[in-house]
Design a protein around this ligand. Structure first.
Ligand SMILES: Nc1ncnc2c1ncn2[C@@H]1O[C@H](COP(=O)(O)OP(=O)(O)OP(=O)(O)O)[C@@H](O)[C@H]1O
Length: 241
């Protein structure tokens, strides 16, 4: 799959209230871009605008794919809240996208993806019977099932315990290889492990942070990755000051 890049530029507002910008974001095709920044700076709003899901915010600017083709139908969003349907079980939620599009659901692939996110024993449970981390893994499975060229992830691993989080990072990196991924995260470790590009969003715009060398997912004990995560945390502490 050849995945296009993304370009977002402009200023976002709700009515007369400024939300973010002016901002100029380029997301390279087929790579992971990690976006960090203080709470309330507009990261989720940016993802929702790109996904075409924000009915409240106005972007005075432009959102475009690098190949000039429409984004519609080529993009999946894993939102901050898991948005699981409470009346559907884990399998039903995982297959929801296909059902809504009137496609034949691929149960075989869903079974495989659910096994890879560690939910084989929970396939027939409803969201109310799951922990927060398990629900987040269902949402991740549903996003992986969408099979889109551009994937937007909003703090996808935030509810997971440290062990599961590192495993899901490895899995997402594997299953989303070659896709264009824009991920919002508050976790410097995550950005240092997964980012081909790392950007910090601040009220004044975006600033780059040089990712550590090496292919992603970078090992959790790689010295350069550990140094990068410490440097990144220092940058975030200074930028929030
Ligand atoms: N529906 C809304 N109506 C009014 N203001 C909103 C609405 N949604 C978001 N905002 C405001 O827009 C700004 C950006 O919010 P957003 O959720 O995008 O920030 P964020 O960087 O993703 O924060 P966090 O890291 O805490 O998730 C915030 O000041 C927020 O209060």
């Amino acid at each position: 799959m050849t995945s296009p890049g993304l370009h977002v530029r402009g200023t976002a507002r709700i009515g007369d209230t400024h939300v973010f910008g002016p901002l100029d974001l380029t997301v390279a095709g087929g790579e992971w871009t990690c976006l960090l920044g203080p709470s309330g700076v507009g990261k989720t709003t940016l993802l929702r605008l790109v996904a075409g899901l924000d009915r409240v915010t106005t972007l005075d600017g432009q959102i475009a794919a690098s190949d000039g083709k429409p984004l519609q139908g080529r993009l999946a969003l894993m939102a901050q809240s898991d948005l699981l349907m409470p009346w559907l079980d884990v399998m039903g939620n995982t297959l929801l996208g296909a059902r809504l599009r009137g496609e034949r659901p691929d149960r075989h692939r869903a079974t495989d993806v659910l096994a890879r996110v560690g939910l084989s024993d929970h396939i027939h449970k409803t969201p109310g019977q799951l922990s927060g981390g398990q629900r987040q893994r269902v949402a991740l499975a549903r996003t992986l099932m969408e099979d889109r060229a551009i994937v937007l992830l909003d703090e996808p691993f935030s509810a997971l315990d440290a062990r599961t989080r590192s495993q899901m990072q490895d899995l997402a990196c594997d299953l989303l290889a070659g896709r264009t991924v824009l991920m919002v995260t508050h976790d410097p470790t995550e950005a240092a492990r997964l980012g081909d590009t790392i950007l910090i969003m601040e009220p004044g715009g975006l600033s780059p942070f040089a990712p550590p060398p090496g292919a992603t997912p970078r090992p959790i004990d790689d010295p350069a990755t550990l140094t990068a995560q410490a440097d990144l945390l220092t940058r975030l502490r200074n930028s929030a000051a």
